[in-house]
Design a protein around this ligand. Sequence first.
Ligand SMILES: [Fe+2]
Length: 310
Amino acid sequence: MLLVYPQSTLSRPNPFHPDDEDAYRYWRDRKLQDYPTDIGDLVVELNDPRRLKPQEFDALLARCRKTNMTLYASRTGTDPDPEIPLSLARHFGLTGLDRNWLADDTGLTSLTVRQNGVRRNYIPYTNRAIQWHTDGYYNPANRQIQALLLHVVQRAAQGGENALLDHEIAYILLREQNPDYIRALMAPDVLTIPARIEAGHVARPEETGPVFRITPEGNLHMRYTIRVNNVIWTDDPLARQALDALQAILQNDSPWIFRGLLELGMGLVSNNVLHDRAAFTDDAQHKRHYYRGRYTTRLAGTGLQETLAR
Ligand SMILES: [Fe+2]
């Protein structure tokens, strides 16, 4: 059945706007209805992402509409073909692959432990834990990451589990505690990432922006890291309270958090949801290798309008 959604929410204001209580409640109630509680509910079994069947795609899309993410379990094993994640991205209409300076030639990034070169200085290329974040929080406002794909070519001998939290659920949990938390986290100066200086030159300028933002298409985008080093948060007391509340949600085993270890051939397709990574240990046969694709566009067909028109 096609639900008729109040027209006012298709532009501003919309459910993510802190002043639009009616639209928010309408959206929230539908969002939480039958929301999955088990990570297994997010998994779609596929034969080969390069030859996706229509019903397989539909199953992936349905999950992304509900939770902003899906996991797939394919039979590609240790096949390192970059076309596996790239073809999935095309199915979801993703353009604007964010070729960060450490990316592979394909634009994907190979996340593996590096002993040499510049990469070993960055946590993603070590076996250390990565705390809660959304990807690309240090990117400029016009190149924020809206979609994130991961594909497992090899897993570690031990560890490396991921935790995942739909950023729209984080928004709801905070707004239910105090709608002013949302206002505070939408301020344009909440989070500043200092410039990256290399050899006396600015390699990446300072970036300041909000945590929550409504995109021009009316969707919710989140820019966040729980890390405390090399990050400057606003002094606004309300924003500080909101950040404490968010930290408590992330660190206190919220039932909304999905946790699991991705096996060979598995992957994540998401609208850049909140996630972390546990530390891991490689051995000679199991050197963890994940492909990561970051996109400046959202998964097609998973916006507010498509989601509410179910
Ligand atoms: Fe990440």
